[in-house]
Design a protein around this ligand. Structure first.
Ligand SMILES: Cc1ncc(COP(=O)(O)O)c(C=O)c1O
Length: 383
């Protein structure tokens, strides 16, 4: 059976170049903190990886702190910043963040912080007037994601940053850029944000490696204390192989960024064309990140479609469909105002540069087939 992987927003396969780089480094067992020659060799590999990730982001290598992934980078950004800063003001985020941001704010709220969650429009974009209203009081930190992981919605970060800086220039701005890196142009220093989180396994690197960009290292206190690695901001012996894989993934991406974006954009268009004539509703905005398409098949359950497609070797996700507790809408679907039927029938198709047009055609063929089979069982039309 063919296997078509269209769940690249969950994680991406390792690229052949990353596999080669990690394989070659497998025998490099030294601790980068060791002072002998082997230790220095390991340290050099970590430094080279840092340079590659920094180049992709357009930042200085010294501004990157390697972490265990996007979740840790988000936690370090928000909790590390609040641990360091003395003042106490409002915390502002959006209603559609990834759980690694949402849950941190929930915890802070329980500790007595005032947390404002900005509403979004039907496309999932933060409502700027709500941000302006939030900034009427002193704000300490704003954390808004660059690209939503369920719908691909790209936030208008330029407008958001200039709105914040015009009203309260000193506010710390954090961006969860895990779904932006390599998917849309994203350069945190040029954008003028203070902190940005990225993750290796979304760009064909390994799981368990990520980074936080910090424009000033003295913005943060560490979450993990110990041997003082990563300039004291993230203790613990480095995940050397993971970091090397991350660096290689970043290097490959930097070389092929434009070609990848064009290719993934083509896959998306082809997929959208193939959906024409089917009874479905595209939820992702037309100007969303090219790698994510949330599509609802009203009258069908997302999880049923997912399993039926999986049985045909087509792997997708339910994304913003009903999730968690029975009948509960995902927080993203709810914030975008999707009705129950639309949200319940959602599937998330997510592409990578490793997918081919032939795979898209095959997936479309299977989608049509599965819809017909299920419609037959349910006694309904697919058109
Ligand atoms: C937007 C976003 N932020 C954060 C994360 C967490 O990253 P990691 O899996 O590296 O912890 C993800 C992963 O799905 C994500 O999509």
């Amino acid at each position: 059976m063919e296997q078509i992987y269209l769940d690249n927003a969950a994680t991406t396969p390792l690229s052949p170049q990353v596999i080669a780089a990690i394989t070659a480094a497998m025998t490099l067992y030294a601790n980068p903190s060791s002072l002998h020659g082997l230790g220095l060799e390991a340290e050099k590999m970590v430094d080279a990886a840092r340079e590659n990730v920094a180049r992709l982001l357009g930042v200085s290598p010294a501004s990157l702190i390697f972490t265990s992934g996007g979740t840790e980078a988000n936690n370090l950004a928000i909790k590390g910043f609040l641990a360091r800063s003395r003042q106490r003001g409002r915390l502002v985020t959006s209603a559609i963040e990834h759980p690694s941001v949402l849950e941190v704010f929930k915890d802070l709220e329980q500790q007595g912080w005032e947390v404002l969650r900005l509403p979004v429009d039907a496309q999932g974009k933060v409502l700027l007037p709500a941000l302006e209203e939030a900034l009427a009081q002193p704000v300490q930190l704003v954390s808004i994601m660059a690209v939503n992981n369920e719908t691909g919605t790209v936030q208008p970060l330029r407008e958001i940053v200039s709105s914040i800086r015009a009203r309260q220039p000193q506010v710390c701005i954090h961006v969860d850029a895990v779904q932006a890196l390599g998917k849309i142009p994203f350069h945190p220093a040029e954008l003028g944000v203070n902190l940005a989180s990225v993750s290796a396994h979304k760009i064909h690197g390994p799981k368990g490696a990520g980074a936080l960009y910090a424009d000033r290292r003295d913005l943060l206190l560490p979450l993990l204390w110990g041997g003082g690695q990563e300039g004291g901001l993230r203790s613990g012996t480095e995940n050397v192989l993971g970091i090397i894989g991350f660096g290689r993934a970043a290097l490959e991406l930097a070389k092929n960024l434009d070609a990848n974006l064009t290719h993934v954009g083509k896959l998306r268009s082809r997929f959208l064309n193939g959906l024409q004539g089917l009874s479905c509703k595209v939820i992702s905005p037309a100007d969303g990140a090219p790698h994510i398409l949330a599509v609802s098949f009203p009258g069908f359950r997302g999880e049923v479609l997912l399993q039926a497609l999986s049985a045909h070797g087509v792997y997708v996700s339910t994304g913003a469909a009903c999730s968690g507790k029975k009948g509960q809408l995902s927080h993203v679907a709810e914030a975008m105002g999707l009705d129950r039927e639309t949200a319940g029938g959602l599937l998330r198709f997510s592409f990578s540069a490793l997918n081919t047009e032939a795979e898209i055609e095959y997936a479309l063929h299977k989608i049509r087939q599965v819809l017909q089979e299920l419609a037959f069982v349910q006694g309904r039309s697919t058109r």
